[in-house]
Design a protein around this ligand. Structure first.
Ligand code: ATP
Length: 199
């Protein structure tokens, strides 16, 4: 799976539709302070399902929409599209390219799309879980995060390794199965009580 392109439209400082095509090799984005480099990374985190407006340096989610400048009026919609090359079927979708899109309107309404089809946020989260691109993954390391990883508790560091190794999905499934088992045991105990009362 390779990142192919990113389209940012109305998101933060990107009032105009901007497309970034990622070529093989390394891509570096350079620019003066305040020119929008971090906004590009935030656009990637947002389209991949980020739910915390605070971690995108905003108060509420519609704050990601272009708020206007001296020369331009504010917009009412922000949209980000990210496209991956999926020839290796790394993402569990039977298509060579996967495009994930997210839109938000001033009134707070949102839309999520996978290959042009409307989906739920949950579907996007599930698509990227354990791929190394999920919300909690470390494929995107923002400023100050390196120190945070070094200073984290062993338990937190284990969670990071589990996410990278792709076992968190199985841990979640195990927890679900254990909860169901406990519930079934409770039901069995209740049935045993009823049988005892009837005997
Ligand atoms: P640095 O090198 O200092 O880290 P940067 O290139 O990463 O800077 P960003 O932090 O991505 O820059 O961009 C900050 C700019 O984005 C600011 O000028 C800010 O006003 C603008 N900005 C952020 N949110 C919005 C918004 N909703 N509407 C319009 N402009 C916005």
């Amino acid at each position: 799976m390779k990142l192919k392109s990113l389209v940012i439209n109305g998101f933060k400082s990107f009032a105009d539709k901007t497309e970034i095509n990622f070529q093989p090799g390394m891509t570096a984005i350079v620019g003066p302070n305040g020119s929008g480099k971090s906004n590009i990374i935030e656009a990637i985190r947002w389209v991949l399902g980020e739910q915390s407006a605070k971690s995108l340096r905003g108060g509420k989610m519609p704050d990601v929409i272009f708020a206007g400048s001296a020369a331009r009026a504010a917009l009412n919609r922000a949209e980000v599209l990210i496209t991956f090359d999926n020839h290796d079927r790394y993402l569990k979708i039977m298509s060579d390219e996967v495009t994930v899109a997210r839109r938000i309107y001033r009134d707070g309404n949102s839309e999520f799309l996978i290959n042009g089809k409307q989906v739920r946020l949950k579907d996007i989260i599930n698509l990227f879980i354990d791929t190394g691109l999920g919300r909690e993954s470390f494929s995107i390391i923002s400023q100050g995060r390196v120190e945070a990883i070094f200073n984290s508790k062993p338990q937190e560091r284990r969670t990071i390794i589990e996410e990278v190794a792709g076992v968190s999905k199985y841990k979640k499934e195990k927890q679900k199965a254990e909860d169901e088992l406990t519930e079934t045991e409770d039901h069995l105990e209740r049935i045993a009580d009823i049988i005892t009362e009837l005997e």
